[in-house]
Design a binder for this molecule. Structure first.
Ligand code: KG4
Ligand code: ZN
Length: 351
């Protein structure tokens, strides 16, 4: 059985998205109104409170919580949108990357619903999906316009991608070791802040002075578009060994960590933007929820006199959600056979 959505006219108009790549179980329903993506419902259940106890995600535990949450979350999304399944035109699901146990729950549920409801199934690369949060609800700041430079900054990925069109992009570079979010999380652990570290460091950074600890900005003079965050983590670890951690030092170190991560991201992104001559930078992923990243980016664009606009999703659509998966599905609808969609934990942007 093959359901191909080929022409513009039979593209899905109402799509149900499912996201289950990590510790969030999410379902959202989006409507395509002449290429404006309207969010009809957006439900997220998170098992984060369980993982906080362990300072990180336990994959087996995350998968169990996915199983527990998936049906209630889908039911709630349909209820909130006041739609019955027959009104859904297609189902989009995160195929990968992510934790295999978590991914399987979303993919197999989506395959089952696709067969039972008789709807096409659209597999979505979670990393590409993050960028589509910028299309949701046609925000005041505008929608992405091709070509644009995409910066993905999440817990597992930090990538620079040049987008020419839906489904057409060129990978420019990415992290050689830890991702930006991972660096926030690991540094937080070193200074006794809870998981997830990004929001915690950000909170404490507001109370600190970034000049008290000098941390090295990575790869300042490299000629590529790659990132590296593991040296920064080591520098924090070495600093902590010679320090008494108290409110003040944690606040000051938080300010330095945040500032250094942001500087590294901005340096490389602006360099790529100048070289590729684009007029828009679109940021996506959990770290994009960092308010300081946004303001520092805007300041730097202004200081350098660049004519580049900046798009960042609202904070609740930066971190994992299903609205971005539904929106990606609406623009990239070419559904293969339901039975040929398999969870793939190793999907990336570079191949
Ligand atoms: O995109 P996401 O929700 O999940 C992945 O696909 O990885 O990103 C999660 C990451 C975590 O590392 C978390 O610490 C980070 O995003 N994060 C933040 C902020 N909110 C979440 N990092 C810095 N500042 C924030 N406000
Ligand atoms: Zn994500």
């Amino acid at each position: 059985m093959t359901a191909i959505i080929s022409s513009m006219s039979d593209k899905p108009q109402i799509i149900l998205g499912i996201e289950s790549s990590c510790d969030e179980t999410a379902c959202a329903i989006c409507l395509n109104d002449r290429n404006k993506i309207i969010l009809l419902s957006n439900i997220i259940a998170s098992s984060q409170s369980i993982h906080i106890k362990y300072g990180g995600i336990i994959p087996e535990q995350a998968a169990r919580e996915q199983v527990r949450s998936i049906i209630p979350v889908i039911t709630e999304a349909l209820d909130e949108a006041q739609l019955s399944p027959d009104k859904i035109d297609a189902i989009a699901v995160t195929q990968g990357p992510g934790l295999i146990g978590s991914l399987l729950v979303g993919v197999e549920t989506a395959k089952t619903l696709s067969l039972v409801w008789g709807k096409p199934l659209i597999p979505v690369n979670h990393l590409i999906g993050h960028f589509y949060a910028n299309w949701v609800n046609n925000r005041l700041s505008g929608q992405p316009e091709f070509p644009f430079l995409g910066l993905l900054v999440s817990g597992g990925h930090s990538d620079l991608v040049l987008f020419q069109d839906h489904g057409r992009y060129q990978y420019l570079g990415g992290t050689r070791d830890d991702a930006a979010g991972e660096c926030f999380d690991k540094c937080a652990r070193l200074i006794n802040l809870p998981y997830p570290g990004g929001p915690e460091i950000s909170k404490r950074a507001k109370l600190g002075d970034p000049t008290k600890f000098r941390l090295p900005v990575p790869m300042k003079n490299s000629g590529d578009f790659d990132f590296s965050f593991s040296g920064l983590k080591t520098a924090v670890s070495n600093t902590v060994k010679e320090l008494a951690l108290n409110e003040e030092t944690v606040n000051n170190l938080s300010a330095s960590i945040e500032e250094t991560i942001i500087k590294h991201l901005i340096d490389k992104t602006i360099k790529a933007a100048k070289l590729s001559n684009i007029e828009q930078i679109v940021i996506a992923g959990g770290v994009a929820a960092n308010r300081r990243l946004q303001t520092t980016f805007e300041e730097e664009i202004k200081t350098q006199g660049l004519k580049i606009s900046l798009l960042i999703p609202p904070p609740n659509l930066c971190t994992d959600n299903a609205a971005m998966i539904a929106a990606a599905g609406l623009f990239t609808a070419a559904a293969p056979s339901v039975l040929h969609v398999e969870a793939n934990p190793n999907l990336s942007l570079s191949n």
